[in-house]
Design a protein around this ligand. Structure first.
Ligand code: HEC
Length: 313
């Protein structure tokens, strides 16, 4: 089978087959199973070589420039954790997304917003429709104006955006001693090495080393740029009672949040991977059929030569 395939699809330059030569009057057509011609091969090889050379030079330049910048940062180097949903064929762990939502809802929502997420987005990702309706109804949403021009509050609906913890940025700063709790929706993308950064910051609080003096509202975090952060450690063991009974250790909660915030920053994470797998499948079928046609159906046309040979006297 293998020999058959190689012989048919990847022949070495086949010898000219003179038995197929036909004579039709004085015009000869003949057909050779010739492969790629030398000229094209040469051009392809040269351009590939040039491309690889340029790519490698640019890559090396960027790598060393990047390293030289990072060498000056006074923070601990981020560990690289094995996030299994980053694989080519793996999806997010949706029970972790659900737990992450629970941690966000219970702990982080007091200060951090998720201003680009709607309740409806959670359906079939972490919760069922009825559960999400119940969650939305727990929030008071400001709406209006009504017929008399007044603003009023009503229970949340599926189509609402998650309400903000503070009415505006100034209120958020004022409540946090001048430090602004950033929106968490796209945090994973807004930081270099976002997932490892988030996990490390959330587990990185420690006693300040000797010589570092902090005010009452400042805390020491090994991974926050500058090390002094205006947020206390929130993920203390047992801070959340998980629905599914998972023990809520600091690292478990941090990991679930990473998974949840990976989803918020890229809500079509799983669909894109599915599309990719389908696309590769379709490409493979197209590639195989084109190869087949090139070798068996069109090869006669591709390699045909027509020549006029004058009558010998
Ligand atoms: C009491 C309010 C409060 C709560 C609750 C809170 N944070 Fe914060 N958070 C802050 C403030 C304020 C800052 C800004 C700190 C600074 O800039 O010094 C911050 C900063 C951060 C940062 C660093 C952002 C950056 O720019 O690098 C992350 C990540 C973060 N919070 C995540 C969380 C998560 C996850 C939770 C829930 C477990 C949470 N926070 C709960 C107030 C809070």
């Amino acid at each position: 089978m293998a020999t058959l395939l190689t012989r048919n699809y990847f022949p070495l330059r086949a010898k000219r087959d003179s038995s197929r030569r036909q004579q039709s009057g004085r015009v000869y057509t003949w057909c050779n199973d010739i492969g790629w011609s030398r000229g094209w091969k040469g051009i392809l090889k040269n351009s590939l070589g040039v491309l690889m050379g340029v790519g490698a030079t640019c890559g090396a330049l960027l790598y060393f420039l990047d390293r030289s910048v990072r060498a000056a940062e006074p923070v601990a180097h981020l560990p690289s954790y094995p996030w299994d949903f980053e694989g080519l064929l793996t999806s997010l762990d949706h029970s972790a997304v659900r737990r992450g939502w629970q941690v966000y809802r219970t702990v982080c929502h007091t200060c951090h917003s998720l201003r680009y997420v709607r309740f409806i987005d959670l359906i079939d990702v972490s919760h069922t429709e009825d559960e999400v309706k119940a969650i939305a109804a727990e929030y008071e949403i400001e709406d209006g104006p009504d017929e008399e021009g007044n603003y009023y509050t009503r229970p949340g609906r599926l189509s609402d955006l998650l309400p903000l913890p503070y009415p505006n940025d100034e209120a958020a700063r004022a409540a946090n001693f001048g430090a602004y709790p950033p929106d968490l929706t796209y945090l994973i993308f807004s930081k270099r090495n976002g997932r490892n950064y988030l996990f490390s910051v959330l587990t990185g609080w420690m006693e300040p080393p000797a010589g570092v003096s902090l005010t009452d509202q400042q805390y020491f975090n090994a991974y926050f740029p500058g090390n002094v952060i205006g947020m206390a450690q929130m993920l203390i063991e047992g801070a959340v009672d998980y629905d599914d009974g998972t023990p809520s250790t600091t690292s478990q909660m941090a990991k679930d949040l990473v998974e949840f915030l990976s989803w918020t920053s890229s809500q079509n994470f799983d669909e894109r991977k599915q599309m990719f797998i389908r696309m590769v499948g379709i490409w493979f079928i197209l590639w195989a059929s084109i190869l087949h046609y090139m070798r068996f159906t069109w090869s006669v046309l591709r390699s045909r030569q027509i020549a006029y040979i004058p009558k010998e006297k």
